[in-house]
Write a protein that binds this ligand. Structure first.
Ligand code: RIB
Length: 317
C-alpha cells in the first residue's frame, strides 16, 4: 500500500530563462528559451512524492488568475488530492522568475502572492488529511502561523514531521524544533545555527547544534557531494551520484519529497538518504522544477545502474 504524505507549502508558476549570467544592478541582459512551468517548493515536493508512489494531499493557496486553475489541474493529473487548496480572490498566484546559467546554477526571485494568504483556519480544515498521513512535509513558503498550526496538529496526532527550512526568512515558525527530521542546505544550516558551513566538519558542527535543539534527524544537503546525515547513530556522509546538471532548480525539492516517501515506507535513514540523493541528482538533468521530478521507476533504474541503494557510499565521520 502506498504511504500517505500531507504537504503544506507554496505553489508557484515559474518563469524560467536561460542566460550567460544573472544581470547586474541597472543592466539589461539578453536571455533565451522562456518557459512557464509549475513550481513552488511545496508543490514541487508534493509532485515529487506523488511520482515516487505516495498518496499526496497538498494544502496551499493560488489566485483566481490564469495560473491558479491550470496548476490545480496539473496536481490532479499527478493524482494529488487538491481538496485543501484554496483559490484566493484578492491575491495573485505565487510566481518565481528563474535565471539558469550554462553551469546549471539558478538565481530565483519569488513573489509569493496567494501563498502568503494561507491561514491557520485553512490548515485546521485540513486537519483530517494531516491526521491520516504517515508524514507531514513542510517548507517555509507559507506564513509561519500556518506552519505552526500544522505542526501542532501533527504533534497532537503523532504524525512525523519533515521540515525543509526553505526559503529561510526572518520569521521562523515558533514550533520548528518539533520537527522530527530537518533537511537544510548549507546556507540554511548556517542561518539556523550561526555556524558557517563551507566544509564537512562545519556541517557536522551545525547539524550537532540542531540536534541539541531537539531535532532527532538532521540531513544537510551538500549539492553534488550528497548529504550529511546526523542522528543517534552518529554522523555520516551519504555520497551523491555523478550527473551532468543542466538546471539545479527543485533538486532540493526532489530530495525532500523522496526522503519523506522512503522514511514513511520504513526505510533506514541511510537508505532513504541514498534514494533521495538519486532523486535530487536526476532532477538536475532536466530544465524546470516539476518537469524535472523523476518517477519511481526512473529513480530505481538509476540506482540499479549505480549499484543500488545498498551500495551507496556512506562514510562514517
Ligand atoms: O525550489 C525551487 C522552487 O523555488 C521553484 O520552483 C520556485 O518556484 C521557488 O519557489
Amino acid at each position: 500500500m502506498s504511504v500517505r504524505i500531507a504537504v503544506l507549502g507554496n505553489i508557484n508558476i515559474d518563469f524560467v530563462m536561460e542566460a550567460q549570467r544573472p544581470p547586474k544592478p541597472g543592466e539589461t541582459l539578453r536571455a533565451s528559451n522562456l518557459r512557464m512551468v509549475p513550481g513552488g517548493k511545496g508543490a514541487n515536493q508534493a509532485v515529487a512524492a506523488a511520482r515516487l508512489g505516495a498518496q499526496v494531499t497538498l494544502i496551499g493557496r493560488v489566485g483566481t488568475d490564469v495560473f491558479g486553475q491550470p496548476l490545480i489541474q496539473g496536481f490532479m493529473r499527478e493524482g494529488i488530492a487538491t481538496d485543501f487548496i484554496r483559490c484566493d480572490e484578492q491575491a495573485a498566484t505565487g510566481a518565481a522568475f528563474i535565471t539558469i546559467t550554462p553551469d546549471g546554477q539558478n538565481s530565483i526571485l519569488s513573489a509569493l502572492g496567494a501563498n502568503l494568504e494561507c491561514t491557520e483556519q485553512q490548515v485546521e480544515k485540513a486537519g483530517e488529511a494531516i491526521d491520516r498521513s504517515d508524514m507531514l512535509l513542510l517548507q517555509l513558503g507559507v506564513p509561519a502561523a500556518a506552519v505552526d498550526r500544522s505542526i501542532q496538529i501533527a504533534v497532537d496526532r503523532n504524525v512525523p514531521i519533515l521540515l525543509d527550512p526553505s526559503p529561510l526568512g526572518d520569521e521562523l515558525p515558533q514550533l520548528w524544533r518539533r520537527a522530527d527530521i530537518m533537511v537544510p542546505n548549507e546556507t540554511e544550516a548556517a542561518g539556523l545555527t550561526g555556524v558557517e558551513v563551507p566544509d564537512i566538519p562545519s556541517a557536522v558542527q551545525a547539524a550537532t547544534q540542531l540536534g541539541a535543539q531537539g531535532i532527532a534527524v538532521i540531513i544537510i544537503t551538500l549539492g553534488s557531494q550528497g548529504c550529511l546525515l546526523v542522528d543517534t547513530d552518529g554522523a555520516r556522509l551519504v555520497h551523491s551520484y555523478p550527473v551532468d546538471p543542466v538546471d539545479t532548480t527543485a533538486a532540493g525539492d526532489a530530495f525532500a519529497g523522496a526522503l519523506a516517501v522512503r522514511v514513511a515506507e520504513g526505510a533506514t535513514f541511510n537508505e532513504a538518504a541514498a534514494f533521495a540523493n538519486a532523486a535530487g541528482a536526476l532532477a538536475t538533468t532536466v530544465v524546470g522544477a516539476q518537469p524535472s521530478l523523476p518517477t519511481r521507476q526512473a529513480v530505481e533504474q538509476f540506482l540499479r545502474r549505480h549499484g543500488g541503494v545498498q551500495e551507496a557510499t556512506i562514510e562514517e565521520l
